[in-house]
Design a protein around this ligand. Structure first.
Ligand SMILES: Cc1cc2nc3c(=O)[nH]c(=O)nc-3n(C[C@H](O)[C@H](O)[C@H](O)COP(=O)(O)OP(=O)(O)OC[C@H]3O[C@@H](n4cnc5c(N)ncnc54)[C@H](O)[C@@H]3O)c2cc1C
Length: 462
């Protein structure tokens, strides 16, 4: 029998690691406060980033070639999984102006480096347009005129045919069942599955070992090792993470198309319409890409989802004493589900809709919500042992930073390598995902409660 491992969190990070560890002989148990055996990852009001109709799959990562390569590795696995969990709809990356932006040029250079240039079609490039026609992708190389420009010009755009979207909730359910099939028990629900506290054994000399977890129902679950994979709630379970990650809200709005409206139903189908991303603004003075917003083709239920990540909203609250790091005594954690995106987000989405989905300009949203990011210091994941505890008794697997979902089929493999071998792990991701208390607090995490993104004080839409 292998070592006994408790994993807290049955989202993408927890599921992927659970399966990989079980396949390596560990005796794994997964805990979650949501009862996914009941709702099968279909309750979209649940506060878990993984529970969602769709997430973008892309290998376009600018200079970050390690994620480009990881994404292509994941793509192969998605295709093997089948069941339409990955939909190769393509993604049109629309630029802020009529010229290709810096990030796009970096992406094209790295894709060329890995022999993927022929999967990209640059709008207006004669050879690429011709290739797109031959490859039957041309209908997705959409022309989007820049508003209010005289003489008229269109936004520069690149159609990336390596990209598309994953059906995130379906993929979670697939992994949930896969894990069950491997004999992994799930302890689920608001009492018996919800983490309450770590069971700590203090040693003389200051050492402390984690010996398991206590759930809200008071039951103690002993283990050799514990994994925290609780997404945007992770700091609240393990306050030592407070320097490393911050929760922020991504604004999501949905429209619903009636299948009887055959023109719209057809136009926005994955066969006809790509994922579209647009940066409403070029890089800021600090070189950071800003203003990002995206839309998916409609789902089988007719849902068109738009996500605005131009501003990731923080939600600062009083931090507990145990938090090893706070800003003016506060930290940003997920707000309750009834807190909706503020007016500034709605305005940005409406502007995007007026350009890219003109038929919906005056249509009320079907729904809006926040989906909570787990932002790290540098958008790299945090997958490593927590140095506060001895004997490698506490492992962390989080920090998805808005781009973790696409890696579901391979993330656990790389995380398990780190789990088993630490610094001797073979994965090239080891150095990127390590515990990094020496890294500066940038990426917006330096802003704190007085920063412009804090929801307190911003106009809400109800
Ligand atoms: C708005 C938005 C858009 C995104 N878009 C993309 C995209 O297009 N492409 C992409 O690749 N990635 C995307 N991501 C990122 C991706 O969704 C995340 O990286 C990934 O889903 C994180 O998975 P997770 O398992 O770490 O967290 P989660 O999915 O949040 O799962 C954490 C789990 O922990 C459980 N939990 C929390 N607290 C407790 C507790 N006390 N006790 C027990 N269980 C607990 C939760 O119930 C949950 O099930 C996006 C994220 C957001 C927020």
């Amino acid at each position: 029998m292998g070592e006994k491992i408790n994993i807290v969190g049955a989202g993408i990070f927890g599921l992927s690691l659970a399966v990989a560890l079980r396949q390596r002989g560990y005796e794994v148990t997964v805990f979650d406060k949501n009862d996914y055996s009941q709702d099968e990852y279909k309750d979209f009001e649940v506060q878990a980033a993984s529970v969602d109709q769709n997430k973008i799959f892309r290998a376009s990562y600018g200079k970050k070639i390690h994620y480009q390569r990881l994404a292509m590795e994941a793509r192969e696995k998605w295709e093997q999984l089948g069941n339409d969990l990955f939909v190769s709809s393509g993604m049109l990356r629309v630029q802020p102006t009529a010229n290709l932006g810096a990030l796009e040029l970096e992406t094209i250079a790295n894709m060329r480096r890995d022999g993927l240039r022929d999967k990209l079609f640059i709008k207006g490039d004669k050879d690429d347009e011709l290739r797109a026609k031959e490859a039957r992708w041309h209908h997705k190389l959409l022309d989007v005129p820049i508003p209010d420009l005289d003489p008229s010009q269109s936004f520069a755009a690149v159609l990336d045919t390596t990209a598309g979207f994953t059906r995130s909730s379906e993929a979670c359910l697939h992994y949930f069942k896969l894990a069950q099939g491997l004999g992994i028990p799930f302890v689920l629900g608001a009492e018996k599955g919800a983490f309450d506290s770590l069971i700590k054994v203090e040693y003389g000399g200051g050492g402390c070992r984690i010996q398991g977890i206590r759930t809200k129902d008071g039951v103690e679950h002993l283990s050799d090792k514990t994994v925290i994979a609780a997404g945007s709630f992770s700091t609240q379970l393990l306050p030592e993470l407070s320097y490393h990650i911050e929760s922020s809200g991504g604004s999501v709005a949905r429209f619903k198309i009636d299948p009887k409206d055959t023109a719209l139903w057809d136009k926005y189908s994955p066969a006809k319409f790509p994922v579209i991303t647009w940066k409403s603004a070029s890089r800021d003075a600090g070189g950071k890409d800003i203003g990002s917003i995206y839309v998916f083709p409609r789902t089988e239920e007719g849902i068109i989802k738009i996500g605005y990540r131009g501003v990731k909203y923080t939600h600062f609250q009083t931090a507990p004493e145990e938090a090893s790091f706070s800003q003016e005594g506060q930290w940003s954690v997920p707000a309750n589900r009834d807190v909706k995106p503020p007016q500034s987000a709605v305005d940005a989405i409406r502007y995007f809709v007026s350009i890219f989905l003109p038929e919906f300009t005056d249509v009320p949203f079907y729904s809006t919500k926040f989906c909570w990011y787990t932002d790290s210091l540098d958008n790299e994941f945090v997958i490593d042992y927590c140095p506060s505890y001895t004997d490698n008794s506490l492992f962390i697997c989080t920090g998805g930073s808005g781009h973790g979902a696409k890696f579901l089929p391979v993330l656990g493999e790389h995380a398990a390598d780190i789990f088993m071998h630490g610094d001797d792990a073979q994965t090239p991701l080891r150095s990127h995902w390590r515990w990094r208390s020496d890294a500066p607090r940038v990426n917006g995490l330096e802003e704190g409660p007085r920063g412009p993104r804090n929801l307190t004080g911003l106009a809400r839409t109800g």
